[in-house]
Each structure stands twice: as C-alpha cells, then as structure tokens.
Unconditional design. Structure first.
Length: 344
C-alpha cells in the first residue's frame, strides 16, 4: 500500500509507480477517498527491491506491506500447525524448561554433573551448558571444547537432551556430531546471517534437532527477530524457538531490559514457540523467579534458566544469576501451576 505525501498522486507519479511495480509483476489499484487517496499494490509484494525503490521516491510518505516478509515462520503460513518436539516433549503441550549452568567448568566437571542431576530432579525437560562462550571481555574464559564431552556425559547420565551455544561454523558440526539436540544462537550472533544460514544448512532435514534463537539486543522491530528464524528455516528445518532474553539496558538494576512482554506480540505474527530466558534478562538470581513467572503469565511456552549446585563456585554468569536447585525446583513448580492456570 502506497501512502503519498500529498492527498493524491499526480498522473505522472501514478505512471511512475505503476511502471516500477510492473517490473515485479504487480499492479496498482488506486483507492480514492474524499480527503486522500492511497494506492494498493496488487500481486506478490515481498520483493524488498520493489519496496526500496518505491520508498526512494520523494513523493512517497510510506509503504505499508500487507504480506508478511517471512514465508515459513508466519502464523498464516502452511507451517502454522508445525510442532517442535524435544526429548519426547511437544512444545506448546506442556511448559518446556531448559535449565543448567551458564558455563561448564572443564577443570571441575563434577559441578556440572551434579547440576545436571539437580536440574533433572527439579523437573527440567532439557539441560543447558555453555561449551563455547561469547564474553564481552577478551581476557575472560572463552569456553573449551573439552566441555562438550562433559555436556554429553551429563546428558547420558540424566537422559536429558542438551542445549549449547554455537558461535562459529566450526562449532556446528562438533555439536551435532556429539549429539547436541538444541543449538543455541546467542544474542550477539542473532543477526549474524552467515552463521544462521550455516546452521540452517547443517540441520536441514534433521527433524530431531532444534535451534534456540536468542533475541539480539540490537534487534528493533519484531520482524527482524522472526526474519532471523526464517534464515534458519529456509533450509528445510523449521524447528526454531524464539528466546527473548532482555534487550538494551535502560534500567539501573537489571542486566538487560526485561522483554518477556513481547511474547503475545510474537504470537500474533508467528507460530514459533517462545521460550523466555529470565536469567540474562534480569541478571541477578534473586530477581529470576519473578521474571520467570512474568514470562509464563505473558504466554511463554517455556523457560531457559541458569542454575548451578553452588553458584558461587561457577564460572561465567553463574555466580551472579544461577538459581540454586531448591529455588529452581520451586520456580519450576510455580511456573507449571501458572501455565496450567492460563491454559485451563
Ligand atoms: C548464555 O546463554 O549463557 C548467553 C551468553 O546468552 P545470551 O546470548 O542471551 O547473552
Ligand atoms: Mn550465561
């Protein structure tokens, strides 16, 4: 839909926009109003180049798109009834909980094994553990490939499927070959289109593999978030879970700006399940349980929570934001009760 700056296009302007859209197989249908006219683009209006050329005209105020730019992740796409299943749980059918350490300590694997057992006992459906870590400070611990063995051993001991972040292409095959079921794309890489494409290619057709896509703090409109998921899905595996995790910090006190309230907005646009990460959102263990419940109240399909048997002994984010097993158990129980209340 073309909205001109003036009340209506001149005949020359109408001829110009008609010629542009014709190059993309579309037509213009003027909608003449008493005060103002607007111009519908009839046909497939998804070509960005067509939109860019129209937006570049100095007499055009705005272009509103009726069609969604994402073909697969859109709520109105053929995939709308697609369901993602991880470790026997279908997302949407029960609250899906991923929990575990921020960062696996390769020198002290027992902390992770004990955390994995505690997370299972607390009722989690999947285990998270960071092998490779995106750290703001280049001198902080960057992760260690040795932790991948620890992660998989914890998975064998508990029977839980695992989630770990991949930061570069080389990590993808290592993680998949080891048996990781959910590849995490971190907030820093959620706009790294070559990584998203590489993940999409690597998991295309692997029905039992999923991606937990964090929301980048640099993502503006929600379409940008859903389009990042579309990059992955375009290669044949639509198992992409959207994970709000807090956006650019604007509040003194929280690590990031909590964004669990975007869940209903995402659900209006996409069928993709939403698993909220309250840990990175608020960044402090004492605030995490409330943030987790808020996420469920807003309609999240699941939660991704950092937990550790002894947070103070953890590395990475764990000393400040990991829940102890007792608090995790209570949070999961309350979150499931709230989820049931919402569904009931
Ligand atoms: C993490 O999950 O430990 C992590 C680094 O998350 P994010 O990418 O959301 O910062
Ligand atoms: Mn972390």
């Amino acid at each position: 839909m073309i909205l001109p700056k003036s009340t209506r296009l001149t005949s020359e302007q109408l001829a110009e926009v008609t010629a542009i859209v014709a190059e993309f197989g579309c037509k213009i249908q003027p909608i003449v109003g008493a005060m103002r006219s607007i111009y519908a683009i009839v046909g497939d209006e998804r070509d960005d180049l067509m939109i860019n050329r129209l937006e570049g005209l100095d007499y055009v105020e705005r272009i509103d798109r009726i069609q969604s730019p994402f073909k697969l992740m859109d709520k109105r796409s053929d995939l709308a009834s697609h369901r993602i299943k991880i470790g026997g749980v279908t997302l949407g059918e029960e609250l899906f909980i991923i929990a575990g350490a921020c960062t696996i300590d390769p020198k002290n694997p027992n902390y992770f094994y004990e955390t994995a057992a505690a997370v299972k006992e607390a009722g989690a459906n999947a285990l998270r553990g960071g092998v490779w870590k995106p750290r703001t400070n280049p001198y902080s611990f960057q992760g260690d490939v040795k932790s991948l063995d620890i992660l998989m051993e914890a998975s064998r001991r508990t029977g839980l499927p695992v989630d770990t972040e991949v930061m570069e292409e080389a990590h993808i095959a290592l993680a998949l070959d080891a048996g990781v079921t959910t590849l995490q794309v971190g907030a820093r890489n959620a706009l790294n289109y070559s990584l998203l494409r590489a993940i999409g290619k690597a998991i295309g057709g692997r029905d039992n593999t999923a991606v937990l896509l964090k929301r980048s703090i640099h993502m503006g409109p929600l379409n940008e978030f859903i389009s990042a998921a579309e990059y992955i899905a375009a290669f044949g595996n639509p198992n992409v879970i959207l994970c709000p995790r807090g956006t650019t910090p604007t509040l003194d006190g929280y690590r990031n700006h909590p964004d669990e309230s975007i869940t209903p907005l995402l659900k209006e646009k996409t069928w993709a399940p939403v698993v909220v990460d309250p840990s990175h959102s608020v960044g402090k263990a004492s605030y995490v349980p409330s943030a987790a419940l808020a996420a469920v109240a807003y309609g999240a399909d699941g939660l991704c929570i950092e937990a550790h048997v002894e947070p103070a002994k953890g590395i990475g984010d764990d000393p400040k934001q990991a829940l102890t097993p007792d608090v995790l158990r209570k949070t999961i129980t309350q979150a499931r009760q709230l989820w049931a209340l919402r569904k009931g």
